[in-house]
Design a protein around this ligand. Sequence first.
Ligand code: GLU
Length: 272
Amino acid sequence: MTGYRGRIAPTPTGLMHLGHARTFLEAQRRAREADGKLFLRIEDLDQARCKSEFVDALKEDLAWAGLSWEPEVWVQSQRLASFREAWRRLREAGVIFPCSCSRKDVAEAARAPHEEGQEPLYPGTCREVEREFESERDALSINWRFRVPEAEVVAFEDGRLGPQRFVGQRDFGDFLVWRKDGFPSYELAVVSDDIAQGITEVVRGRDLLTSTARQLLLYRALGAASPAFFHCPLVVDTEGKRLAKRAGSMGLRELRARGVTVADALTKLSTS
Ligand code: GLU
């Protein structure tokens, strides 16, 4: 695996909108400029919300938007064995702990008020609790969190946004790596796949910047080199609202039906 390797990683919980197309076209531009490869990865671990009809629709809509990708498409729901292996390695390294707190427990006991859209800082309730499991299956039926070192500074140079700096237990707390439903969290799945696919640069929306800080701790714990990162500004409408929040209003399907190209639609929008 040599040369530039990028990926686009949609979650098939609905139809693709202009915001997705913009980020993915940027990923394609980066890959082409580097004469590299671009992979499509379907992030379908949320079994309750992901639907196979959305997978077919997203391929069609993204192709219409001008995107193309390598023939080998990765599907996260087929990669559970590899995610379990990553979880084992983290467990052996002693950097994760089982956690029985519910989302509500965490929100209520959070140490500091959290901003809208940001996860509350985990209050540490289960951090030091010793727990034995009868089997691996039992162990995988509880949430697991990454133990983020207090005041750990995570700094990186973003290809689009420049120097970034996050502080552990201030900007983000002990985050989920495994869910009690038997699936990895987004953070663990993405890092495992980016390593397995030999991704050299991750291009995605800037709403995932804090996630990148968490993910850098996972690369280190898994003993893997991290890729470069390039976070794109989000597309906003004229009132400055994030497009992703305006359900389907600028869906690629709708643009196509109206005979509007993605390029035309994008020139009418600003970014933040
Ligand atoms: N599946 C994620 C999303 O749709 C993308 C995450 C990533 O690019 O790392 O937001």
